[in-house]
Design a protein around this ligand. Structure first.
Ligand code: SIN
Length: 317
């Protein structure tokens, strides 16, 4: 069977399927549950300096199995309360990254120091929530600010730092380049795609916040295109996220240039049992396609070895 170990810089995971920040990882027990189900590792809920209740309901609109539009408002217990949850998962050996969000370089670096003390293996900077005023993608669309924050965090801690970037900008690869230049160890791409649902009966937006972020299978092509373009520009590893529900989806991301993938919305649909299913399915798929390991797939679509099939009606020169 193909080797499923996934390396993202200095971090190594037993398989490339990581729990994405936000959907399931709020409590220590839920992080641990994802690991016990078979995940390669997990990223915590995004944690800020102070407790945040998030937005009022409704916060989610479902589009069948195609997607979820959410605007939760970054609810979290704050960095002083959260370490006790991390301890539950860390003591059981879960490879964890701590996700943090803040408003500027100073707040990010203070959070980074506090999060590093919890024993996480690395940090993920949420510079991409598409609907939080003064946070997330409002900062993450500006390459200079992304560079400043990444640099400050790298100065403050010794851990690997992944920068989670937004697709809601003209050139996500430019943002990734700014993060790389400032010392980021990996890029996580993508966060949700900004969207809006309107209720015609009520004549107003469905979500209390108005706009939200779309996730799920509908955004897979957007995520893949971002990973593809970023892989053309940066040398640091990429962690792909957006619409992955199957081993085949994950392989698409790996071939586009990702070294590992994260899964969020599919967990909301299927439950954490999917982490027990996906690694085996990926192993079988890699065996069938002749890839000896996950690392042999990374970025391979940029240098294909199999000739493209002839297009119907066109000669294949
Ligand atoms: C939310 O809490 O509203 C979503 C967080 C994110 O998109 O980063």
């Amino acid at each position: 069977m193909a080797v499923l170990t996934s390396r993202v810089g200095t971090l190594s995971f037993r398989n490339p399927f990581l729990l994405a920040s936000g959907v399931w990882g709020e409590s220590g027990e839920s992080l641990l549950g994802a690991w016990r189900a078979g995940a390669g590792g997990a990223v915590t809920k995004s944690i800020g300096a102070e407790p945040r209740p998030g937005y009022p309901n409704p916060t989610i609109e479902e589009y069948g199995r195609w997607g979820l539009l959410n605007a939760m408002g970054l609810p979290n217990p704050g960095i002083r309360q959260y370490p006790r949850e991390i301890a539950i998962a860390r003591e059981a050996g879960v490879p964890l990254l701590g996700s943090i969000f803040g408003q500027d370089a100073r707040e990010f670096s203070e959070l980074a120091v506090a999060m590093a003390r919890t024993g996480v293996l690395g940090l993920e900077l949420n510079l991409s929530c598409p609907h939080a005023e003064g946070l997330g993608s409002e900062i993450g669309q500006d390459p200079a600010l992304v560079g400043e924050i990444t640099h400050a965090v790298k100065q403050a801690v010794k851990l690997p730092v992944w920068v989670k970037i937004t697709p809601n900008t003209a050139d996500p690869a430019e943002i990734a380049l700014a993060a790389e230049a400032a010392g980021a160890d990996a890029i996580t791409a993508i966060n949700t795609v900004r969207g809006l649902a309107i209720d015609p009966e009520l004549g107003r937006p469905v979500l209390a916040h108005g706009t939200g972020g779309l996730s799920g299978p509908a955004i897979k092509p957007v995520g893949l295109a971002c990973v593809w373009k970023i892989a053309e520009k940066v040398r640091i590893p990429i962690v792909g996220v957006g619409g992955i529900v199957s081993a085949r989806d994950a392989l698409e991301y790996l071939l586009a240039g990702a070294s590992a993938v994260q899964i969020g919305t599919a967990v909301a649909f299927e439950g954490i049992g999917l982490f027990g299913r996906l690694p085996g399915e990926l192993g079988l798929l890699l065996d069938r396609l002749g890839y000896p390991s996950v690392s042999d797939t990374v970025g391979r679509a940029h240098r294909p070895t199999v000739p493209a099939p002839p297009s119907p009606g066109r000669p294949n020169h």
